[in-house]
Design a protein around this ligand. Structure first.
Ligand SMILES: [Zn+2]
Length: 356
């Protein structure tokens, strides 16, 4: 019961994307790095094969017309679905395995077979909304079905948990996840992302709608933000709000594209901050959720981040230490000042909902 499950299958390599940065090699690098750090062992992490998700399960968050469109586009040969997103003939089926893997592990965890889990899955999901493109985004950003959102909806529907925290540290705003749960007070969604990059949403004043007001928290951080800025925002916003919310299940949209080695953004985190944030999330899960925490891969494209930030995160899930060698870039002063201002603004906007 003490071990962490890693959802992985060679099937995930069959979503072939040609010369794309979101490619099958990412997962091979990721899995090898877990092996290299000795994290794959019966006491630490056990690899679990996914199952396929059903149409009904995909429909927990997506409109049937969108699911059918992706299915048809994929099985009839694929190609570029939009300016960012490439599908091969196998992509629809692979995406169904990615979702199904997350749902399978959710059941296993609630049966008590594993403590927590990391989904080493692809395609990623957090940009996919009800009808695909979410909140006015130009594309679905390499995502087909919203793995983490379907998992949250599944756990709510099966009454496994009434209050779910989704913490998203991918460098992009999870516009799909926000859209899906925008009016829900049952899902607290907190996103760290770089300000003003794709998909162009996730401003401080997007706090949810209707009954969901206050339950969507966006922390857009400026160009070249570093570990110390993330840590400040984490300690002053993410932790106190999560403590007050008292989740019954914690989910993490774990994208590693905010690392300094990843060219897709200018944020320059080190592997150490992923370790620290995950340790704190594990602590929270032990306090409120009987340890139940499920993370899954979103972005993260450089092999350096996949072989450092990912094992740093998984080691935190197993509550063991590994020795990681990484540099810690420092943000320039103007970035620090801007970030400070943003954090202050967010706290001011949210203090009618939370004690921050
Ligand atoms: Zn991303």
């Amino acid at each position: 019961m003490t071990s962490t499950a890693i959802i992985y299958s060679k099937k995930f390599l069959e979503h072939k994307t040609r010369m794309h940065c979101e490619n099958p090699l990412r997962l091979e690098v990721a899995l090898n790095s877990l092996k290299k750090f000795g994290l794959i062992s019966p006491e630490k992490c056990v690899v679990v094969e996914p199952r396929i998700a059903t149409m009904e399960e995909l429909k927990l968050v997506h409109d049937e017309s969108y699911i059918e469109e992706i299915k048809h586009f994929s099985v009839s040969g694929g190609g570029y679905y939009d300016g960012d997103t490439y599908l091969s003939k196998e992509s629809f089926e692979v995406a169904c395995y990615a979702v199904g893997g997350m749902l399978k592990i959710c059941d296993e965890i609630f049966k008590g077979n594993f403590k927590n889990a990391f989904g080493l899955i692809r395609p990623p999901g957090h940009h996919a909304g009800v009808f695909g493109r979410a909140l006015g985004a130009s594309t679905i950003g390499f995502c087909l079905f919203n793995n983490i959102a379907i998992l949250a909806a599944y756990a709510l529907q099966k009454q496994l948990a009434k209050k779910i925290l989704i913490f998203d540290f991918d460098v992009h705003h999870g516009n799909g996840t926000q859209e899906i749960f925008n009016n829900s007070p049952n899902v607290l969604y907190i996103s760290f992302h770089e300000k003003r990059i794709y998909p162009g949403t996730g401003f401080e004043d997007e706090i949810g709608i209707g009954e969901g007001k206050g339950y969507k928290i966006n922390i857009p951080l400026p160009y070249q933000s570093d570990d110390s800025i993330y840590l400040k925002a984490f300690n002053e916003i993410v932790l106190p709000v999560s403590e007050e919310f008292k989740p019954e299940l914690i989910l993490i949209s774990a994208g590693f594209d905010a690392h300094h080695s990843d060219d897709i953004s200018s944020i320059q985190l080190s592997a150490f901050i992923y370790n620290e944030m995950t340790k704190q999330m594990v602590k929270l899960s032990n306090k409120y959720c009987n340890g139940k925490l499920i993370a899954c891969l979103e972005g993260g494209y450089s092999h350096d981040t996949l072989s450092k930030s990912l094992p740093a995160t998984v080691a935190a899930l197993t509550q063991t230490e590994i020795k990681i060698d990484d540099r810690k870039p420092e943000a320039p002063n103007y970035t620090k000042n801007k970030a400070e201002e943003t954090i202050k603004n967010i706290k001011k906007k949210l203090n009618q909902y939370w004690k921050i």
